[in-house]
Write a protein that binds this ligand. Structure first.
Ligand code: AMP
Ligand code: TRP
Length: 344
C-alpha cells in the first residue's frame, strides 16, 4: 500500500485502508435476507478494507446446552461464507474458539467492566427475560466482555452493526478507554458504523415483516440451501394484494414491492423499471423465483463442494485462524505487558 509523503505525487496516494471486524453467530440456517442484506456487502467490502470475519461460536455457547450442535453449525456457516464469495486469500475468516486469545482477553475485559455497566445492557435484559423458565448462564451476562475482546484484539477501526448492537460497541469503547487510562495506551478505540445498505428482504407470507429465521411460517422464508422446486413454490405462494396492477409502492403494495426488490437485487435492474414490464402478478412471481434460483445455484454448488471436502474446509479455517492469531497474540502481549503480569 502506498503512503503519503511529500515526494509521492498526489494521484498515487491511496488512503490507508480501515481494519473492519464483523462477526456472526453460528445459529440457524442462512436466508435470503441475510444474503442480500449483509453477506453480499461483506463480499464486496473485502476488496475495500482489511476485513476480519469471525464465526463467534463462544458467543453461541452462552445458550447451548446439547452436545454436537455447535461444531456442525460452525462448519456449515463457514462453508456458506466461502460459498457466497468471501475469499480466504483476501478476507480473514476464522472461528472464534480457534483463536484462544479471545478467552484470555475476555477475562481482562471482565475485570475492566463493572457489574453495573453489564446490568444496563438491554440485550441481556431481553435475552434473560425471554429465557425466564430456562437456564440463564453467567456467560449471557458477561457476553459483552467477550464481544469487547473480539473487537479490541484486532485493533478494529470500524465495526458494522445494526442498532441492536450499538450499545455493545459503546461499552467496548468505555472498556478500552478505562484500560488505556489505567494501564497506558493499549487499545485502538473502535467505532460502530452503519453497514453498507443492502436490500431489505421481507417475509413472502407477511410482507410487512422482515424475512427472519424466527419466522412462524417457513414458506415466507427462502433459505440459501432451499432446492429450486421449493424456492419456486414459495415464490408462487407469495402474498400479494387483490388489485392486480404491478407498480412499485412499498407502503400500498408491500408484497409486490418485495418481489420487485428481490428481482432487482438478483438482476441489477431498478425495481421501478421492472414494474413497468409486468402486467400480471403470476409472471413476476415466476421471474423472481427463477432469478433467485439462478443466483443461488453457484452458491449451492460451491457449498456442496466444500461440505464434501471437509479437510479443505478445515484447512481454510486454519489459514484464517493463523492470520487472526498473529494480530490477536500481539494485542494480548501488549495488554499483559501494560498491566504488568509477570512474564513467563
Ligand atoms: P440475523 O439473522 O438477525 O442475525 O442477521 C444477520 C445479518 O443479516 C444482519 O446484518 C442483518 O441486518 C441481516 N438481515 C437479517 N434479516 C434481514 C432481512 N430480512 N433483510 C435484510 N437484511 C437482513
Ligand atoms: N453480538 C453480536 C450479535 O449478536 C455478535 C458479535 C459477537 C459481534 N462479537 C462481535 C458483532 C464483534 C460485531 C463485533 O449479532
Amino acid at each position: 500500500m502506498k503512503t503519503y509523503s511529500p515526494e509521492t505525487p498526489f494521484d498515487d496516494y491511496s488512503p490507508p485502508v480501515a481494519r473492519v471486524l464483523s462477526c456472526i453467530q453460528p445459529t440457524g440456517a442462512v436466508h435470503l435476507g441475510n444474503y442480500l442484506g449483509a453477506l453480499q456487502q461483506w463480499v464486496n467490502g473485502q476488496h475495500q478494507n482489511d476485513v476480519f470475519h469471525g464465526i463467534v461460536d463462544l458467543h453461541a455457547f452462552t445458550v447451548t446446552e446439547s452436545p454436537g450442535v455447535l461444531g456442525q453449525n460452525t462448519l456449515e456457516l463457514a462453508a456458506m461464507l466461502f460459498a457466497v464469495g468471501l475469499d480466504p486469500n483476501v478476507a480473514t475468516v476464522f472461528v472464534q474458539s480457534h483463536v484462544v486469545e479471545h478467552t484470555t482477553l475476555s477475562w481482562m475485559m471482565e475485570c475492566t467492566v463493572s457489574f453495573g455497566e453489564l446490568s444496563r445492557m438491554t440485550q441481556f435484559k431481553d435475552k434473560s427475560q425471554k429465557r425466564e423458565a430456562e437456564f440463564v448462564s453467567a456467560g449471557l451476562f458477561t457476553y459483552p466482555a467477550l464481544q469487547a475482546a473480539d473487537i479490541l484484539l484486532y485493533d478494529a477501526d470500524e465495526v458494522p452493526v445494526g442498532d441492536d448492537q450499538k450499545q455493545h460497541i459503546e461499552i467496548t469503547r468505555d472498556i478500552a478507554m478505562r484500560f488505556n487510562h489505567r494501564f497506558g495506551e493499549t487499545f485502538v478505540l473502535p467505532k460502530a458504523v452503519t453497514p453498507a445498505l443492502g436490500a431489505r428482504v421481507m417475509d413472502l407470507q407477511e410482507p410487512t415483516n422482515k424475512m427472519s429465521k424466527s419466522t412462524t411460517n417457513e414458506s415466507g422464508c427462502i433459505y440459501l440451501l432451499d432446492d429450486p422446486a421449493s424456492i419456486m413454490k414459495k415464490f408462487k405462494r407469495a402474498v400479494t394484494d387483490s388489485d392486480n396492477e404491478v407498480s412499485y409502492d412499498r407502503d400500498a403494495k408491500p408484497g409486490i414491492a418485495n418481489l420487485l426488490d428481490i428481482l432487482s437485487a438478483a438482476t441489477g435492474q431498478k425495481p421501478q423499471e421492472l414494474a413497468s414490464s409486468y402486467s400480471q402478478y403470476g409472471a413476476l412471481k415466476v421471474d423472481a423465483g427463477e432469478a433467485v434460483c439462478a443466483m443461488m445455484s453457484p452458491i449451492q454448488q460451491r457449498y456442496t463442494e466444500l461440505m464434501n471436502d471437509r479437510a479443505e474446509l478445515q484447512r481454510l479455517l486454519r489459514v484464517g485462524a493463523e492470520k487472526a492469531r498473529v494480530v490477536a497474540s500481539a494485542t494480548v502481549d501488549r495488554a499483559k505487558n501494560a498491566v504488568g503480569f509477570l512474564p513467563e
